[in-house]
Design a protein around this ligand. Structure first.
Ligand code: SF4
Length: 717
């Protein structure tokens, strides 16, 4: 009888960028079960997170009422550990408040910095982080609040920590930051290059489609310092030295050009910059590059030939490529590979950066980035600003100077330049690099308002905490890694006094003087406010032109760009031109340069941070999902058995890992998957927060930190 559901609600998974469609079976205000639906991105499949990761929604730890910091209680980053260890109660830091009081306090703190003589633009003391966990509509409204209400473009989100370098290179080279072909296209590929990605853990359903393609005859090449599970299916596993991506890829480019394997007709018709690229890689012989990347010249030659000669070659990559201080250069090389061989614009070809969060594509599309308004329209173009100012009914001007990015904002908070922040659904007190510094920066803010469903590590440093709605408690659209727009539906009501995120954002906007009316009294928990925001987005975002809210309700999933309401969206893009001013791709050569984190006698190992199958990002949701937490309950440092033997360490031993930035303690596990000289630690565990170890040096174009390369030492406790 317990499993006799009252209702079945169709929605999408709240976790990774694959965007699996699922159904929740609901009874008495509780989710009983999640099952896969036959969506375009998953064909009924779900991974362990989608299938068993839903009960965080019903956690006792959900925030149920607004909270305000108690008078006289200072912000202390050390409270994060004390509270998590059970040595401190949340009620010692915060007191309950009514919505009226909490929203008034939240708005008053921002208004203090919105006086006539307050700095505007990049120099503004205000900033906001929106979230890729939220819907497109929430992302759009959040960035609108910061830009229109806070009068600054200091707005960003976790794309800055994940694929910002990929987007920078793709926009520069191809004029579009999104994927060229969907994951499902892998069924048409003859050769698949998977580089710097571990989809078995991070995009498991996508991994299952890649494995199916290999079972059906495709050749898989895995390039990754770690011997991740997909390498078992690969013809070649290139376990290159960490951070030598450019050397490896330049060697492939050299071989392709040197052996006449490029596609001259495609280059002549559609590519700029070929001669400069050819000159730049002329010296990058496999023999020379082998000394840097550690892969045998013969293997480099064979892989280059496989990729270039195949009928259809497709490239997937993940954070292993993008999270570097030269992540943009890494992606420039991948773009060059596809361009000089014409491996783009057809089924089974192209470039696919696997997106991490369920809506990181959509949040970026919706303008949650400091240099671009929705649909990647640059803030420094006057005609773009005028269009937005007119539609947003502004009698002041949007600034022309791009805002600060995530790490820059937290650094500015540390230095006292940013004084007040609104953070919705992000957890920089776990996800930012150099965490001691980042947490100190957040604690120094004069005013921090956090909107979330749990008292996250970041919320513990707030002045006001606003209890929000979880993914299965609201309407919204989400854009997956394939550019597929899908519909999320509410299965439950938010607990206690927790409210819809859009309502909260609008309430704050009204209190700082914006005349917003998306949410009207008669709307209740219905979809009307979401639909109003979505329809406004469509007016400013050409790829959504053919997707009305009514069409989304009817079809559940529409791939974008969708130019016409009566026609399908475009699965494969760049068929005959690129969305650049002259319609051609622009090659940008990259040169190998060593990064700042070099191992030495004191820090002889290289740490790569990342994710595990059972947990998602900073763990705010999955660590409160009982099945997932039971499967993966503690931080483990993975190390190669021979390194362990050399250091006289053993499996299960408690160790201290230290870097130039901090240290953590955790248990050691033996892992032949990890390359010798490298260690791995997931970043979801507060008990050993991996980002206490990482540094904040940034890629100059994407402004992304180098999470994949930190020099460390590991010692027995
Ligand atoms: Fe959810 Fe991603 Fe797993 Fe699909 S693959 S069920 S979207 S976490």
């Amino acid at each position: 009888a317990l499993l006799q559901a009252d209702a079945e609600v169709d929605s999408v998974c709240p976790y990774c960028g694959v965007g699996c469609q699922l159904s929740y079976r609901v009874k008495d205000g509780r989710i009983l079960e999640a099952t896969g639906r036959d969506g375009p991105a998953n064909h009924g499949r779900l991974c362990v997170k989608g299938r068993y990761g839903y009960d965080y929604v019903m956690s006792e730890e959900r925030l149920r009422q607004p909270l305000v910091r108690r008078a006289g209680v200072a912000k202390d980053p050390a409270d994060i550990q004390r509270l998590r260890r059970g040595e401190l109660a949340l009620s010692a830091l915060f007191r309950p408040a009514s919505w009226e009081e909490a929203l008034d306090l939240a708005a008053a703190g921002f208004k203090r910095h919105l006086q006539a003589d307050s700095p505007r633009g990049k120099a503004s003391p205000l900033a906001g982080f929106g979230s890729a966990k939220g819907s497109n509509e929430e992302a759009y409204l959040f960035q609108k609040l910061i830009r229109q209400g806070f009068a600054t473009h200091n707005v960003d989100h976790c794309t800055r920590l994940c694929h910002a370098s990929s987007v920078a290179a793709l926009l520069e080279g191809l004029g579009s930051g999104s994927v060229s072909n969907p994951v499902a296209d892998v069924q048409y590929a003859e050769v698949i290059l998977l580089i710097g990605a571990n989809p078995s853990a991070n995009h498991p359903v996508a991994a299952s489609f890649i494995k199916n393609a290999v079972q059906n005859g495709a050749t898989l090449i895995v390039a990754d310092p770690r011997r991740a599970p997909m390498s078992r299916f690969a013809r070649h596993h290139l376990a290159f030295r960490p951070d030598s991506d450019v050397a490896l890829l330049n060697a492939l480019l050299h071989v392709i050009i040197d052996e006449g394997l490029s596609d001259p007709a495609f280059i002549t018709a559609r590519v700029n910059g070929y001669e400069a690229l050819k000159a730049a890689v002329a010296e990058c012989t496999p023999e020379r590059m082998s000394e840097i990347c550690g892969i045998a010249p013969a293997t480099l030659r064979e892989v280059a030939r496989l990729y270039a000669k195949s009928r259809a070659s497709m490239i997937f990559w993940g954070m292993g490529v993008s999270q570097h201080v030269h992540g943009t250069d890494n992606v420039r090389c991948l773009i060059a590979l596809a361009m000089i061989t014409g491996q783009i614009g057809r089924p089974g070809t192209g470039l696919h950066p696997l997106r991490g969060q369920n809506n990181v594509q959509g949040a970026s599309d919706a303008g949650l980035i400091p240099m671009m308004l929705p649909n990647y329209q640059r803030v420094n173009h006057a005609e773009v600003r005028e269009q937005f100012e007119a539609l947003w009914g502004m009698d002041t001007s949007l600034g022309s100077e791009p805002g600060l990015t995530v790490v820059e904002i937290v650094h500015a908070a540390y230095e006292g330049r940013i004084k007040a922040m609104f953070i919705e659904g992000e957890n920089p007190a776990m996800s930012d690099p150099d965490l001691d510094h980042a947490r100190a920066g957040l604690a120094r803010l004069e005013h921090l308002v956090v909107q979330d469903i749990f008292a996250t590590e970041t919320a513990l440093l707030a002045d006001v905490i606003l209890p929000a709605s979880a993914h299965p408690e609201k309407w919204g659209s989400y854009t997956n890694t394939d550019r597929l727009l899908q519909l999320g539906r509410p299965a439950l009501m938010p607990p206690g006094e927790a409210r819809q995120d859009l309502w909260i954002i609008e309430q704050l906007a009204r209190r700082i003087g914006l005349p917003w009316q998306y949410w009207q009294a008669e709307d209740g928990a219905g979809q009307a406010p979401v639909a109003r925001v979505f329809e406004e987005m469509r007016q400013l975002m050409a790829p959504l032109a053919g997707v009305s809210w009514a069409r989304l309700l009817r079809e559940e999933a529409v791939v974008t760009p969708a130019p016409r309401e009566d026609g399908p969206g475009e699965d494969v893009v760049f068929i005959d031109r690129f969305p650049t001013p002259d319609g051609r791709a622009q090659l940008v050569p990259a040169r190998f340069t060593p990064g700042p984190e070099q191992p030495d006698a004191q820090f002889p190992l290289i740490l790569a941070t990342g994710r595990v199958l059972e947990h998602w990002h900073t763990g705010a949701m999955t660590r409160r999902a009982s099945a997932l937490e039971a499967l993966s309950p503690q931080p483990l440092i993975s190390m190669h058995p021979e390194d362990m033997a050399a250091l006289r360490l053993h499996e299960g031993q408690a160790v201290r890992m230290s870097s130039r930035f901090g240290d953590v303690q955790a248990t050691l596990q033996q892992s032949p998957e990890v390359r010798q000289g490298q260690v791995f630690l997931p970043f979801c565990y507060w008990e050993a927060a991996a980002n206490l170890l990482t540094g904040s040096a940034l890629d100059p174009s994407g402004k992304i930190p180098g999470f994949k390369v930190t020099a460390v030492t590991v010692q027995a406790l």
